[in-house]
Ligand binder design. Structure first.
Ligand SMILES: *[C@@H]1O[C@H](CO)[C@@H](O)[C@H](O)[C@H]1NC(C)=O
Ligand SMILES: *[C@@H]1O[C@H](CO)[C@@H](O)[C@H](O)[C@H]1NC(C)=O
Ligand SMILES: *[C@@H]1O[C@H](CO)[C@@H](O)[C@H](O)[C@H]1NC(C)=O
Ligand SMILES: *[C@@H]1O[C@H](CO)[C@@H](O)[C@H](O)[C@H]1NC(C)=O
Ligand SMILES: *[C@@H]1O[C@H](CO)[C@@H](O)[C@H](O)[C@H]1NC(C)=O
Ligand SMILES: *[C@@H]1O[C@H](CO)[C@@H](O)[C@H](O)[C@H]1NC(C)=O
Ligand SMILES: *[C@@H]1O[C@H](CO)[C@@H](O)[C@H](O)[C@H]1NC(C)=O
Ligand SMILES: *[C@@H]1O[C@H](CO)[C@@H](O)[C@H](O)[C@H]1NC(C)=O
Ligand SMILES: *[C@@H]1O[C@H](CO)[C@@H](O)[C@H](O)[C@H]1NC(C)=O
Ligand SMILES: *[C@@H]1O[C@H](CO)[C@@H](O)[C@H](O)[C@H]1NC(C)=O
Length: 609
């Protein structure tokens, strides 16, 4: 469109149109052909005009120059010399591959520069020199492979830097030196394999850091040290991220944190420990199946927690323990069957709850939500029952008060087949006690040992509970004797049941040995490696048998030798006695061989010749 002269009122109208749909008009003093100019704003727009070089006729006092979508190939020092008043320069979506040193150094007033979507491979040192008033720089969508030392050193007022979507492989340690005013930094879609804490350490005033679409697999200790002003950190789309070091967030004082679309499988509790001013945490789209008890205990000021689409199946009791100010909980699109009130420190602070997209069981565990269904904000997506079938697909906020207690009920556990189990076993045997319980929801069964230890399906010592509730004791010990209590428990209550076990020892000496092996191995029930203990036990039993037998032979040998000596001695003395009798009482020797001889006194008679 060619330039036209317009009167004042029309000018204002078109000014607004320009802002919205880029319709424009030119000023009287001139406008480059094919470009659109806005006199009031001192703006020149040459958007998408296939220009291969700066057009002639750009007014000297231009403040805003839009050269997006052309065919510019480079920017030289002289090109922009005539326009010292420029405040905004948009060179995005050209084919610029070369920036000369001092290319922009005449633009003392430049505040925003965009080089997005060009072909830059390297930003030479000094390319941005002199741009002391620049506040925003966009270098994303280029082919930059490395950021060199001192690249941005003059940009002391830069507040916002975008270097995403490059082939960035390395950020030199001093690349960000001088960016003392930088408040926002985005690095995305790069080939970086680590974050250099040294390079980030110059960004003393950085407030938000967004690191997206990176192939980094670990957050290491002190990755973000010296970023004392940082308030927000986003780590998004790091598909390889699996490890978050406990100290990687040390030194940060964040108010929001997002770690999303990564491969972490649990809440990084110890890394979060220092973030006591955190108010918003987003851990959505990570494979986190269990929210463990006290996982977020140190986040005392947390107000918002987002765990959307994490395949979350279990929220343990006190999972939200410590969160005294939680307002908003977004657990949308997970595998939760329930969310118990016991998960919260206090449910009274909660205002907004998203629990939709979960296979919820509408029993007494969700009663607390039902009771609050008129005050709690479901953010337009009420939770929906999956079971029981009578209420399938019904939204929680659609229940009437009267229906309340017809459905949201639980059935207390009942242990079936309560006949007394009294078992006697020998040491080393396997003993099991059955405890089958039914109830709604399915009860959890655990046992209490005579030593008052809790044995669950997760116990992995000699004593464990099988999935149907059966207690299994392997390699029974005398000390296992006593009364065992089975407890079946669900949200409706619990049921108990008793069983007794008597373990008798092996024959005395073997039992002694077993006892010794058990203690010598320094093992206890929590770390017992059953196979090894058992092997050691049998080995030692054999050893003792053999050594006992060897001992007897040796002993007999010594006795015989003594007799021969005595005999020789008596012959030498000339004494003549026909009968010579020795009485010897066996010392009690450890081992079954000895016990076979009843341990009593024995007589050895020998006829002298
Ligand atoms: C930066 O811009 C301000 C006006 O916004 C101006 O007064 C100042 O001179 C500029 N600084 C430089 C170094 O040009
Ligand atoms: C960066 O990664 C992309 C995709 O993985 C690849 O195509 C490109 O060649 C890489 N660039 C460099 C410089 O390694
Ligand atoms: C994420 O973790 C799972 C299981 O540890 C693994 O199979 C998968 O390959 C990982 N994904 C990536 C992108 O590393
Ligand atoms: C951390 O940030 C909060 C504001 O988010 C501020 O009140 C507090 O003083 C800061 N603490 C430290 C140690 O800087
Ligand atoms: C949490 O992160 C996901 C994924 O990046 C995003 O879509 C969502 O908007 C974030 N939620 C909030 C409240 O920031
Ligand atoms: C909860 O997450 C869903 C899914 O990402 C999103 O659409 C919704 O806006 C979130 N709600 C709140 C209150 O953050
Ligand atoms: C069993 O239920 C009673 C009352 O219903 C409760 O006080 C007790 O703590 C429960 N015991 C266990 C182990 O759950
Ligand atoms: C096994 O050792 C324990 C502790 O040392 C001891 O109290 C117990 O009497 C021993 N048992 C036998 C059969 O010697
Ligand atoms: C059992 O062994 C573990 C690991 O060696 C130890 O931490 C624990 O204190 C021991 N328990 C007892 C009761 O000795
Ligand atoms: C027990 O020890 C054996 C032999 O050292 C080893 O092969 C086995 O993996 C261990 N089992 C457990 C559960 O630690």
């Amino acid at each position: 469109m060619m330039g036209r002269n317009l009167d004042h009122d029309e000018g204002w109208l078109f000014l607004f149109l320009f802002l919205i749909i880029s319709v424009s008009f030119s000023q009287s003093q001139g406008c480059p052909p094919r470009c659109d100019c806005t006199a009031k704003l001192k703006a020149v727009s040459c958007f998408g005009k296939r220009l291969a070089a700066l057009p002639d006729g750009i007014p000297m006092d231009t403040k805003i120059l839009d050269l997006r979508g052309n065919k510019l190939r480079w920017v030289e020092h002289g090109d922009l010399l005539p326009f010292p008043r420029l405040e905004k320069l948009d060179l995005s979506d050209n084919v610029i591959s070369v920036l000369e040193p001092n290319a922009f150094s005449s633009l003392q007033n430049l505040q925003a520069l965009s080089l997005r979507g060009n072909q830059l491979k390297l930003v030479p040192m000094g390319a941005f020199s002199g741009l002391t008033n620049l506040t925003s720089l966009d270098l994303s969508g280029n082919k930059i492979v490395i950021l060199l030392d001192f690249t941005f050193q003059d940009l002391k007022h830069l507040r916002n830097l975008e270097v995403g979507d490059n082939d960035l492989v390395y950020i030199s340690n001093k690349a960000f030196l001088g960016l003392v005013g930088l408040r926002e930094l985005t690095i995305e879609r790069c080939n970086l394999t680590s974050i250099s804490s040294q390079s980030l350490s110059y960004l003393h005033n950085l407030v938000s850091l967004r690191l997206r679409y990176l192939s980094i697999s670990a957050l290491e200790d002190q990755n973000f040290r010296k970023l004392g002003s940082l308030r927000g950190l986003e780590i998004d789309h790091w598909p390889f991220l699996e490890y978050i070091s406990p100290h990687c967030l040390q030194g940060l004082n964040l108010s929001w944190l997002a770690i999303t679309h990564t491969n972490i499988t649990s809440v990084p509790t110890s890394a979060l420990r220092s973030l006591t001013h955190l108010t918003s945490l987003n851990l959505s789209y990570n494979p986190i199946p269990v929210l463990e008890s006290w996982a977020l205990r140190d986040l005392i000021r947390l107000k918002e927690l987002h765990l959307v689409s994490t395949k979350l199946a279990v929220v343990q009791p006190y999972a939200l323990g410590g969160l005294r100010q939680i307002h908003l909980l977004n657990l949308s699109s997970n595998n939760l069957v329930t969310l118990e009130e016991a998960a919260f420190q206090s449910v009274n602070t909660l205002e907004t709850l998203r629990l939709d997209g979960n296979p919820l069981a509408c029993d007494c565990r969700l009663l607390w939500i039902l009771q609050r269904r008129k005050t709690l904000n479901f953010d337009g997506a009420s939770p929906v029952c999956m079971t029981p079938v009578e209420v399938q697909q019904r939204a929680l906020n659609a229940f009437s008060d009267s229906a309340l207690f017809d459905h949201f009920t639980c059935q207390k556990p009942k242990i079936r087949n309560r006949k007394l189990q009294q078992v006697s076993a020998r040491e080393g045997q396997v003993v099991s006690f059955i405890c089958k319980a039914e109830g709604e929801p399915t009860p959890v069964v655990f046992w209490i040992s005579p030593q008052r230890r809790r044995i669950t399906t997760k116990s992995n010592g000699r004593l464990t509970v099988l999935p149907e509730g059966t207690l299994e004791i392997r390699y029974a010990q005398v000390t296992d004797s006593g009364t065992y209590i089975c407890i079946a428990s669900n949200a409706g209550g619990n049921d108990t049941y008793f069983a007794t076990l008597t373990v008798s020892g092996l024959p005395l000496d073997a039992a002694l040995m077993a006892n010794r092996t058990y203690y010598v191995g320094d093992l206890n029930d929590t770390n017992l490696n059953d196979t090894r203990v058992f092997l050691k036990f049998t080995l030692d039993l054999k050893t003792i048998l053999i050594s006992t037998a060897m001992g007897c032979i040796m002993f007999l040998g010594v006795v015989l030798f003594c007799f021969i000596l005595l005999f020789v001695w008596s012959r030498g003395r000339g004494q003549h006695k026909n009968n010579f009798s020795v009485e010897y009482s066996f010392r009690k020797v450890d081992g079954p061989a000895a016990s076979g001889g009843q341990g009593g006194a024995r007589k050895f008679n020998m006829k002298m010749i």
